[in-house]
Design a protein around this ligand. Structure first.
Ligand code: NAD
Ligand code: TYD
Length: 335
């Protein structure tokens, strides 16, 4: 039996990961260590609270004493905890530096001193910067982050690599493209647009809407992270992507059609400052070395995601209150 400390397990990707691991991996126990920021939601895992292989600990990865305690008896760390939204990093980069950089440094330090077997750093393709019309990010692509969010994630990646190089730590880094699926906080494109459209509210397209993202289902990402924990080589980076490039406007048309809503609900707003034009991933290394590949087709995954939001009105209502309304006003009131 291995015990994993999953940080940020009450967020979107972490909660999907925990759900799948508890369902399918009987040899893994999970300690979920999460500060419950605006993005962390206990409701995401409410049905698993009393699971025999699961324990929740409220704590902040920048709190060394709390991390030391949480890591007792743990075999591996999967570090999902982060401030994760580019637009928020443009409004205020402070929390991104604190959690994504200092938090990762503290986790690495404590993991090293407690001789944790393996550290998996969950990173993003955004550390590579922006692509032109052609080409793909490989693990060899130089880091060129453009937003405060991606700069903080790149800094964390470099710290992880420094700990591998300097201290011989066993750590791997995963870099994934844009995720979609259930439990995603409705500040990101897909859940924001679905939940707005369900209420016949407008959807804000930044700039010309021709920016391209490579979409992957959140459970495919989780399967990749698990494969990296089990089969990755210390010090290596693994890219994950869905081989599913879509321009934002085309994706928006698809969501409008699936929800039966008119195109008049599209509102073009001022572009995001420094907006990356295109992301696309070469994930052949993960396929070759981890035996992983993305399984979900986008058509099916997007329909299922829409159905999930339709079936979870109480969840939406809950997360679209409080801080969310303040953020929404700050973000879109000015555009
Ligand atoms: P999220 O914003 O939904 O969740 C983040 C979680 O981390 C929340 O539960 C929050 O409470 C917790 N957290 C934040 N600060 C913390 C702190 N200081 N201490 C402890 N917990 C803290 O994020 P997500 O979309 O699930 O992303 C998870 C990870 O995956 C992040 O590291 C992100 O950079 C990476 N990633 C995300 C995507 C994507 O498309 N969402 C793609 C690639 C990589
Ligand atoms: P987002 O979901 O914020 O992910 P990221 O910026 O990390 O890729 O945005 C995905 C794309 O959608 C990105 O090109 C920005 C664009 N976008 C909009 O056009 N309008 C919006 O309201 C949001 C949130 C994003």
């Amino acid at each position: 039996m291995a015990t994993l400390l999953v940080t940020g397990g009450c967020g979107f990707i972490g909660s999907n990961f925990i759900r799948d691991v508890l369902a399918n991996e009987p040899d893994i126990s999970i300690v979920n260590f999460d500060a419950l920021t605006y993005a962390g939601n206990l409701a995401n895992l409410a049905d698993l609270e009393s699971h025999s292989r699961y324990r929740f600990v409220k704590g902040d990865i920048t709190d060394r004493a709390a991390v030391e305690k949480a890591l007792e008896g743990v075999d591996g760390v999967i570090n999902f905890a982060a401030e994760s939204h580019v637009d928020r990093s443009i409004l205020d980069s402070g929390p991104f530096l604190r959690t994504n950089v200092i938090g990762t440094q503290i986790l690495l330090d404590v993991a090293r001193s407690q001789k944790i077997k393996r550290f998996v750093q969950v990173s993003t393709d955004e550390v590579y910067g922006s692509l032109g019309a052609t080409g793909l990010f490989t693990e060899e692509t130089p880091l060129h982050p453009n937003s405060p969010y991606s700069a903080s994630k790149a800094a964390a990646d470099m710290l992880v690599q420094a700990y591998v190089h300097t201290f011989g730590m066993d750590a791997v880094i995963t870099r994934c493209s844009n995720n979609y699926g259930p439990y995603q906080f409705p500040e990101k494109l897909i859940p924001l647009f679905i939940t707005n459209l369900m209420r016949d509210q407008q959807v804000p397209i930044y700039g010309d809407g021709q920016q391209i993202r490579d979409w992957i289902h959140v459970r495919d990402h989780g399967a990749g992270i698990l494969a990296a924990w089990r089969k990755g080589k210390a010090g290596e980076v693994y890219n994950f992507g869905g081989r599913c490039e879509k321009a934002n406007l085309d994706l928006t048309h698809l969501m409008l059609d699936l929800l039966g809503k008119p195109r008049t609900l599209i509102k073009y707003v001022q572009d995001r400052p420094g907006h990356d034009r295109r992301y696309a991933i070469d994930c052949t290394k993960a396929e070759r070395e981890l035996g992983w590949s993305p399984q979900m087709t986008f058509d099916v995954g997007l329909r299922e995601t829409i159905d999930w939001y339709k079936a979870n009105e109480a969840w939406i209502k809950n997360v679209r209150s409080g801080d969310y309304l303040k953020y929404y006003q700050q973000q879109y009131g000015s555009r």
